[in-house]
Design a protein around this ligand. Structure first.
Ligand code: HEC
Length: 210
């Protein structure tokens, strides 16, 4: 495992350099949230368009909605904790739209727990990660100097700050948290589960690989 960890460290450093470059004003219009299907890109992300302070400082976007908590509460009785009954072939060949339709119907029908469009997008993002076989991560809350969120159980969540410091955010079941003092900027988050690695732009609310 050691050599692989070094590899990750290398990737993180490269990523940090790229991130630093993307802080330039003209790079912001091409920032990932403008292109991706990330939850907030489809809904209310004024900071992505206006270049408001949040985008410039790289402060994490937060979903304020915890999709795995919701799923385990409302959906797991039929689909297993973390969708364990979905099976390996889950949603193979389904488009993002088809998946979103099914999830919406499930929330409104069997689960009897309809979601706002924003929260639904976050829940769909998690289903996309299941379909793609990739680890999920969501940035849920930033409060009192603690940044927290959710990730696929068993995965590793590693963060890098603008000073180059790297920390692993401990994961309890599916919840992670990391201290984030005033002024510290998270430049990179990497989630790893087995062979699968996802680079996560903290300015996005949830899983949205390129
Ligand atoms: C009362 C049981 C029940 C609950 C609760 C329930 N579902 Fe379902 N779900 C089903 C059944 C049965 C199917 C398969 C038949 C169908 O597609 O209608 C299904 C199918 C699905 C599928 C498609 C599975 C596939 O293999 O493509 C998804 C995605 C899904 N549910 C998501 C959810 C989500 C998200 C929730 C919670 C908001 C939820 N379900 C709550 C019973 C349930």
């Amino acid at each position: 495992m050691k050599p692989f960890l070094f590899l990750i460290a290398g990737t993180l450093v490269c990523g940090a350099v790229m991130q630093a470059q993307s802080g330039a004003p003209q790079a912001q219009s091409g920032a990932p949230q403008a292109q991706s299907g990330a939850p907030q890109a489809q809904t209310d992300a004024p900071q992505a368009q206006t270049g408001a302070p949040q985008a410039q400082t790289g402060a994490p976007q937060v979903t304020k909605f915890a999709p795995l908590d919701y799923f385990n509460d409302k959906c797991a009785k039929c689909h297993g904790a973390y969708g364990s009954f979905y099976g390996k072939e889950f949603a193979t060949g389904k488009s993002d739209e088809e998946l979103a339709d099914t999830v919406k119907q499930m929330c409104e029908g069997p689960a009897q727990a309809p979601l706002s469009p924003h929260d639904l997008n976050v829940l769909v993002a998690w289903h996309r990660s299941l379909r793609d076989g990739k680890p999920f991560v969501a940035s849920v809350k930033l409060e009192g100097g603690v940044w927290s969120g959710e990730a696929t159980p068993g995965s590793t969540v590693v963060m890098e700050t603008s000073t180059g410091a790297r920390t692993e955010a401990p994961l309890k079941e599916h919840r992670w948290s990391a201290g984030m003092p005033e002024g510290v900027r998270i430049t990179k988050v990497q989630v790893k589960n087995g062979e699968q690695v996802v680079e996560f732009d903290p300015r996005l609310g949830a899983y949205a690989p390129k």
